[in-house]
Ligand binder design. Sequence first.
Ligand code: NAD
Length: 542
Amino acid sequence: MNNAIYNFQTPQNEPVLSYLKGSSERDGIEKELPKQVQQQIEIPLIIGGKEIRTGDTDTVVMPHNHGHVLATYHKAGPKEVEMAAKAAVEAHRGWSSLPWTIRASILLKAAELISHKYRHVMNAVTMLGQSKNIYQSEIDAVCETVDFLKYNVSFAGKIYESQPKSAFNQLNRMEYRALEGFVFSVSPFNFTSIASNLNMAPVMMGNTTVWKPATTALLSNYYLMKIFMEAGLPGGVINFIPGKGSVIGNNIVKSNHLAGIHFTGSNGTFNFLWGEVSKNLTHYKSYPRLVGETGGKDFIFVHPSADIHEVAVNAIRGAFEYQGQKCSAASRMYVPKSLWPAIKAEMVDMAEDINMGDVTDFSTFMNAVIDESAFDNIVSYIDEARTAHDAEIIAGGKYDKSEGYFIRPTIIETTNPHIRSMEEEIFGPVLTVFVYDDKDLDAAVKLCDTTSPFGLTGAIFARDRIAASHICEQLRYAAGNFYINDKPTGAIVGLQPFGGSRASGTNDKAGGEFNLVRWISPRTIKETFVPATKYKYPYMEE
Ligand code: NAD
């Protein structure tokens, strides 16, 4: 019996490898990529630790070469959704009662497997399946995934060690129970690490999950599931059910064991799930915890004291890395008239210089957007700007979906701060710039705060530190992750806990204790050593 009170140290963040020509990691990934390109795997459902093939199949393709099939996958129907919920409920008793250090050791083993044995595999499948270049994949599929796993172990330890005081004659303690039931984890296409964390955060706290992965991230997500199993995760703790969102979502909310939803994706989907939960509320054994990180309309606000070159470089990286498909990607920008000509010249040069193409070409900065419906949606904003009287496309604007879903990095300059591309989430490589008169600084800050319903990330660039701090205060609710003189993307687990409020979600800060707290239902236990022996109180006596 292991009865140690164990204290996991705060981990070091996983180092981001360089992949320089001639390095061993470059050699490793260059060998893994062709292997993954050449094979076509079959992805089953995994319920209760067992593979299930429904025969209702579809394909996973490369976004940058959509004629190339990477995998076929089986889709869950209502019957499999019910099976998955049942398997999760059955696994709950064993998993939630295990000593937490054993659960922690499985997470740490998974982190170790991803950091070493499967580093190249996880990068290759994320690169090919989600169209990420090696750098974008390395910071996501490997580094952030490993960081989430390791940090959550250390955060869990901090939660467990927090205990109430005990007065004389009594012992008080807090038992950090897992939620009663299962958690429905719904993951987006854009980050392999998020898919891992949406499951492994509740799992660390003793919960079991039913996992609906995004179809366009299935390849990497399936490998993740296999790695979790190799790390020792018992059958039924995570139940992997690819398939149509509506089929799975509609059926899972009917289970009275639904104890929580851990979601990252669009507002439409989260709002739908929230609505369904509300409709079924009286049916559940407990109130489901709803944790959702949704969209963003992330901004860069430039103060007249800003450094021109720093603004231009960070706007390009913040807006166009991973084709603007990060929830934190800069997609609107406010620039003072005095600085705009110089910033514009630099940004246009850089945007036109960007190399875009296949992920196996290591000179690319950008690759393809995820699928045809994303492509068509993004293009609609570009086409609208092309014909608008109050907007001008100053860089990019070209696109082609004949082989892969490629859209050039596009910068729109507008005189209308409420043009659609300034207000709505586009989730693609489109940045809209509104140029304000330097004397209207306060009005421009107000515009930035009130233009969109979101509140995810935002950045201010200023050399005037007092002005930066003043604007930071004025934009208090405009972003849950706020940056001073840095791009609004690239939050690192343990260093910048991530999440936003307003329409951007419930702001439970992924990669932090706040998130883990949502997956426990504490029980307070008071034990009295000297129980009462008289019902009357002393004041009642003569
Ligand atoms: P999406 O909402 O289309 O899909 C997310 C997941 O929900 C997928 O697995 C999808 O299959 C599933 N789904 C769809 N309909 C469903 C239903 N009716 N029931 C159950 N599941 C259903 O989002 P996406 O396109 O994968 O991701 C992009 C969105 O994610 C953007 O809006 C982006 O801002 C957001 N995002 C937010 C964060 C954050 O931390 N705030 C991080 C990453 C992505």
